[in-house]
Design a protein around this ligand. Structure first.
Ligand code: HMG
Ligand code: MG
Length: 298
């Protein structure tokens, strides 16, 4: 059966804005995070403490985080290494995410490391974060297909997922970074992970909507028992280090489906849509979300 409640892990302010061409003022980002929290999203990924030259769009993390850290919601931040963890801890972050890759090509492009070297970068970071009482999520990118390597074998994904789980990540977020997954593949990966000892309760899904499959893939994951779903308000997003990646599953499209299924999210869809319309005005182009367009059509 389907879960009674889904926790939405909102990534618009991070995955969405990391890919913007123009600079978004820090105060606009802070207002975006505040509005997302006010719309009922209980987890709002705020920014990344990565190298500012690698992701210049999020180079203002030190200025942004203090503007939002007292909001009554979970505010995870991405950190790739101990340097990133130091920066996050200094600002009082309570939750971090490390981000591994199932493929060598993307590990190199995104982290300048092999897969195993990047795991070695995360291990001491995760240990220290747990010691400091932080919650730790492990993202795993390129779980289905990779722009350089093509389809990604399930066993390859399972190996890195196990490493992240063994390292102590509370939650694993399976990334379809370039949006090529289809529902049967999702079911096959979830089954393989369960067989390898990773329970569904620790798994989240992170779909990009490049091929229009994000919602179908989400439903397949829900049917398997997944109850944490990543989404981006207005469908913002992409990854600067993965060619052809488009926006994430739009949070509004997800909430429309979940509302229709009678699954609780705590999200006020009207307030969320108004937030994405406002953000689209700030960015100077309309939201790609079908639900945002339908609900804001006058
Ligand atoms: P590197 O160049 O190999 O870094 O980058 P390094 O470890 O060799 O260090 C070089 C210099 O950078 C040093 O300074 C470090 O202190 C500094 P120097 O001694 O030369 O003066 N440095 C830092 N400065 C600030 N903050 C830091 C930091 N780390 C090192 N955290 C590195 C390696 C991992 C740092 C780099 O590749 C990086 O920052 N990558 C981040 C890429 C990224 O953020 N990608 C997007 C997020 S992933 C994603 O979007 C996918 C996801 O959505 C899921 C999905 O869709 O699949 C999560
Ligand atoms: Mg992503």
């Amino acid at each position: 059966g389907l879960p009674a409640r889904v926790r939405i892990h909102e990534v618009g302010a991070r995955d969405g804005l990391q890919n913007e061409k123009g600079a978004v003022p820090t105060e606009v980002k802070a207002e975006f995070v505040r509005r997302l929290a006010a719309a009922g999203l209980g987890t709002v990924e705020a920014t990344s403490f990565v190298h500012p030259k690698w992701v210049p769009q999020l180079a203002d993390a030190e200025d942004l985080f203090p503007l939002v850290r007292d909001l009554p919601v979970r505010l995870p931040v991405l950190v790739p290494n101990e340097r990133g963890l130091d920066r996050a801890l200094a600002l009082g972050a309570r939750e971090i995410a490390v981000f591994a890759s199932a493929t060598e090509s993307f590990a190199k492009a995104n982290l300048n490391r092999t897969v195993d070297e990047s795991l070695a970068l995360f291990a001491p970071t995760v240990v220290r974060a747990i010691e400091a009482g932080l919650k730790v999520r492990g993202y795993l990118s390129m779980c289905f297909g990779d722009p350089w390597e093509g389809p990604v074998p399930v066993e390859q994904v399972v190996r890195v997922a196990r490493a992240l789980a063994d390292m102590g990540c509370d939650e694993l977020s399976l990334g379809d970074t370039i949006g090529v997954a289809t529902p049967g593949h999702v079911e096959a990966l979830l089954t393989a992970l369960n067989e390898a000892g990773v329970p569904t309760s620790r798994i989240a899904v992170h779909f990009h909507d490049t091929y229009g499959q994000a919602l179908s893939n989400t439903l397949a994951a829900l049917r398997h028992g997944v109850s944490t779903v990543d989404a981006s308000a207005g469908g913002l997003g992409g990854c600067p280090y993965a060619k052809s990646a488009t926006g994430n599953l739009a949070t509004e499209d997800l909430v429309w489906m979940l509302d229709g299924l009678g699954i609780e999210t705590g999200v006020d869809l009207a307030a969320l849509t108004a937030t994405s319309v406002w953000m689209a005005e700030q960015l100077g182009r309309p939201s790609p979300s079908r639900t945002v367009r339908a609900l804001s059509h006058k």
